[in-house]
Design a protein around this ligand. Structure first.
Ligand SMILES: Cc1cc2nc3c(=O)[nH]c(=O)nc-3n(C[C@H](O)[C@H](O)[C@H](O)COP(=O)(O)OP(=O)(O)OC[C@H]3O[C@@H](n4cnc5c(N)ncnc54)[C@H](O)[C@@H]3O)c2cc1C
Length: 414
């Protein structure tokens, strides 16, 4: 039987290699629009490929997968991060774990992952055709006709769409529900010259939220020359991807500069500072978590004079400062790419696929995996993990589908 995988990215190549291992007699071909397969994997993680994560910092999968957490939870029971690590290690890739849970090849070279997948596909006999962009998929007989933008079409028994987060208009004739794609993982433009003067500052523990919504993230924040970046901003962009898109990337933003500390706790900390340093300049004594350059800025935002001493500060001033530390307000005025790293929120609706096999519920023999599905994650190796997991599950699903189809046609001949 013939299996055609459209898209030679992380999910497509991983699925192809695993399918060929599970069912060596299948004719498996990857059709890739670009000149080379795995071009994106080669640039992941700044060229180092953050291929998965320990998940130690995640208490609920929803934190990592704002879209698709339930399906990922289910699929991880079959092929999760542990299986992924073992899979790559069995292929000879040594892995290293960072303190933040991100996992990279020890070589710190994404090309090692590319070469590993490419040579495995070659050894197993997976066919790869490049510069082959699919324009249309049409049902034909018991299979599908895959039509490229130029050249001859391909007739196949099974087809898998693993084309990443790009446009999927070629799926429209098949009547498959697509959740409209919008960008995720971006940083925020903030139009505040005084804030931007603090560019380069890293604040280790902050909480960001969009007032009036449930969107909230925590983590390190980085002040840049265009606004705010760092894990906390990227996470919030992921959680609120659709909301921000609908609002033209304009929204209020609240920053808690002292992490999860509540207003009362902040006020107590400030009162203690005031009591123990009444003669000192407010600018010279500050909570340890706040870098001095940021502290001076936050005092200014709270109406403090540069020469103001703790002892001269009245209740109003203390309250204003506590409010600034607890809920400092800015406005998001647009988005900016994060080191070229982005993912797409949206894609094939998860309700359209079997959660066991990732086969389309209405089109037998049509499978999906990777970012083409409505699954996406925050940064940290979780997106590639979704590609490996869904690629593996779709490979299992295709293998089973082919076995069943062959045995049915054999029974029919008896
Ligand atoms: C710069 C950058 C860095 C990243 N770094 C990380 C990281 O370190 N860790 C992490 O977890 N995630 C990272 N990501 C996200 C991660 O790369 C993606 O989530 C992952 O590659 C998705 O895999 P995929 O196979 O679904 O899609 P892709 O890897 O995008 O592959 C899809 C393939 O399909 C092909 N294709 C598309 N349309 C067609 C068509 N019509 N016909 C034929 N072929 C087609 C494309 O050319 C592409 O090769 C990064 C993303 C970017 C952009």
């Amino acid at each position: 039987m013939k299996v055609t995988i459209i898209g030679g990215g992380a999910a497509g190549c991983f699925a192809a290699a695993n399918l060929k291992r599970l069912s060596p007699s299948l004719e498996v071909t990857v059709l890739e629009a670009g000149r080379k397969p795995l071009a994106k994997v080669a640039v992941t993680g700044g060229g180092r490929c953050n291929l998965t994560n320990t998940f130690d910092s995640i208490s609920d999968l929803r934190e990592a997968y704002p879209r698709g957490d339930k399906l990922m939870r289910r699929l991880f029971t079959v092929f999760g991060p542990e299986e992924t690590r073992r899979w790559f290690e069995n292929e000879g890739v040594r892995l290293v774990e960072q303190d933040d849970g991100c996992i990279f090849p020890t070589s710190q070279d994404a090309m090692e992952i590319v070469r590993t997948l490419e040579s495995l596909m070659r050894r197993l006999g997976v066919g790869v055709r490049t510069s082959f962009r699919i324009r249309e998929i049409l049902p034909e007989g018991s299979g599908y006709r895959v039509v490229p933008t130029g050249g001859e079409s391909v007739l196949t028994d099974v087809v898998a769409v693993m084309t990443g987060g790009g446009p999927s208009s070629f799926l429209s004739p098949l009547g498959i529900e697509i959740i409209p794609p919008v960008p995720s993982l971006f940083t925020f433009n903030i139009d505040d010259a005084l804030l931007k003067e603090r560019m380069g500052l890293v604040i280790p523990e902050t909480v960001l939220s969009i007032p009036g919504t449930k969107f909230r993230s925590s983590g390190t924040l980085l002040i840049t020359d265009w606004g705010l970046s760092g894990p906390a901003a990227l996470k919030l962009s992921s959680y609120a991807a659709r909301y921000l898109h609908e609002n033209g990337y304009r929204a209020p933003l609240s920053v808690q500069w002292l992490g999860g500390m509540d207003l009362e706790g902040i006020r107590m900390q400030l009162d203690a500072l005031q009591a123990s340093h009444p003669r000192k300049l407010a600018a010279s004594v500050h909570p340890v978590e706040i870098p001095s350059r940021l502290w001076a800025f936050l005092l200014g935002r709270s109406g403090f004079r540069p020469d103001q001493r703790w002892g001269e500060t009245g209740t109003k001033g203390m309250n204003r400062l506590a409010d600034t530390l607890y809920a400092d307000r800015y406005r998001i005025e647009g988005r900016c790419a994060f080191k070229e790293e982005f993912v797409t929120c949206g894609g094939v609706a998860l309700a359209a696929v079997s959660p066991k096999t990732l086969e389309c519920k209405t089109r037998p023999g049509l499978f999906f995996a990777g970012e083409a599905l409505d699954i996406d994650a925050i940064t940290g190796g979780f997106n590639l993990q979704a590609a490996w997991t869904t690629g593996f599950i779709a490979a299992m699903g295709m293998s089973e589908y082919c076995k069943k189809t062959v045995s049915l046609s054999y029974d029919g001949q008896k």
